[in-house]
Structures are given as C-alpha cells and as structure tokens.
Design a protein around this ligand. Structure first.
Ligand code: UDP
Ligand code: MG
Length: 189
C-alpha cells in the first residue's frame, strides 16, 4: 500500500527536553500529514498494550542487542530472547509512564518507511546525524542504559510495519480522533 498511516510517540524524554515542537516540525516539513495528535500520561495497562511481549519483537530485540554487545566483546547476561524481552518490557513501561508523551498519527505515501528513516537507529549512538535520534540523542547508548538498568532514552517511537501501525494506532486513538482533510500536495498523489 502506498498511502499509509503510522503511529509516532514522542516519549517522556522528548517532552521533558522541550523537543516536541522541533520533532513535529520535521514531519510537517517532510510533506507528510499529521491526522491525529494528543498529549497523554499513560498508565501501566496502556503502556503494556503498546509494548506487548511479542515473541517476534523479543527475537529482533535480542539479535540487535547481541550485535551491539558482540561489537564491544561484551557478554550478554540474558538467557534467551524471552528473558531479555521481559526485562526490556518492564523498563519500557516504567519509562513510558514517567511523564506525558505526545502521540501522533502521520499519514502519507510510504509513511511507515519514511518516518522510521527520519527517526534513525534504535541506539542513538549509532543513529546517523540528520536523523531525530542522531541529532538530539546521540550521547545515549546501550552501555549507558544497561549500566543504569533502564531503556534507551531515544526520544521517539515509530511503527515498523503496517500490521503494527494498525494495532498501535488503536492503542492510542479512537476512530473519531483521526481526521481526514485535504492539503494542496494531495493532488499529486
Ligand atoms: N530498547 C532498549 N534496549 C534494547 C532494546 C530496546 O532500551 O536492547 C528500548 C528502546 O527504547 C526502544 C524500545 O525498547 O526504542 C523498543 O525497541 P525496538 O527494538 O522496537 O526499537 P525501535 O523500534 O524503537 O527502534
Ligand atoms: Mg519498535
């Protein structure tokens, strides 16, 4: 599908650091359309609905984390992907509940792929300059986060697949909170 909707969360660190406006501007500047937006201070239930312990996700996280550890010749303390997944999930819910977040639905051609590209790598240290994580959070790394037994404070969440985007949008927005409107650029799509 060419026209897509994706879910973006400006995590508590983005709001805390007063970066919400700057980050939202980047999406507006790209030509994508914001079709829903609100500030939410979520509870444990909503945080868990957003980050359910999905086996596939846990496997991906395990692989990504293992690669980063291997690069530094560090040994991982986790038994397997479920062990790591459970730990990250509990740190994640603590983080998401820390303060208000800004949730957005962003619409446009290939919006899932484009927003992920603008966000950059999960570990801000690896995120290239020009990406949101690379420009505003690059001092953040797995080693800092692991030492403090917390998740990466990487400013932003963006859906990674169409299936996840559809699920995640429902966690944060009712249908009537998502708006359809025309912009001049739409005539070219
Ligand atoms: N995360 C972390 N350490 C890890 C893996 C994940 O702190 O080893 C956190 C990080 O905040 C990340 C979130 O969990 O943004 C979700 O992980 P995912 O792999 O889905 O990364 P993303 O899609 O956000 O880049
Ligand atoms: Mg993800």
């Amino acid at each position: 599908m060419v026209m897509e909707r994706t879910l973006v969360l400006l995590k508590p660190d983005a709001v805390q650091r007063s970066l919400a406006g700057k980050i939202i501007s980047r999406f507006e500047d790209s030509g994508l359309k914001i079709v829903a937006m609100k500030m939410v201070w979520c509870d444990e239930k909503q945080a868990l609905n957003h980050y359910p312990l999905d086996e596939e996700w846990a496997k991906n996280v395990f692989e990504k984390t293992k690669k980063a550890y291997d690069k530094e010749n560090k040994k991982m303390e986790y038994k397997d992907h479920i062990d790591l997944g459970k730990t990250i999930q509990s740190w994640l819910t603590t983080f998401l509940k820390e303060g208000p977040i800004v949730a957005l639905v962003i619409e446009g051609p290939h919006s899932i792929e484009l927003v992920r590209k603008m966000v950059g790598a999960t570990e801000p240290r690896q995120a290239i300059p020009g990406t949101i994580r690379g420009d505003y959070a690059s001092i953040e790394s797995y080693s800092l986060a692991d030492n403090k037994k917390r998740v990466l404070r990487n400013l932003i969440h963006a859906s990674d697949t169409l299936e996840n985007a559809n699920k995640e949008i429902k966690v944060w927005f009712k249908d009537e909170e998502i708006h359809s409107y025309k912009k001049d650029i739409d005539k070219h799509f």
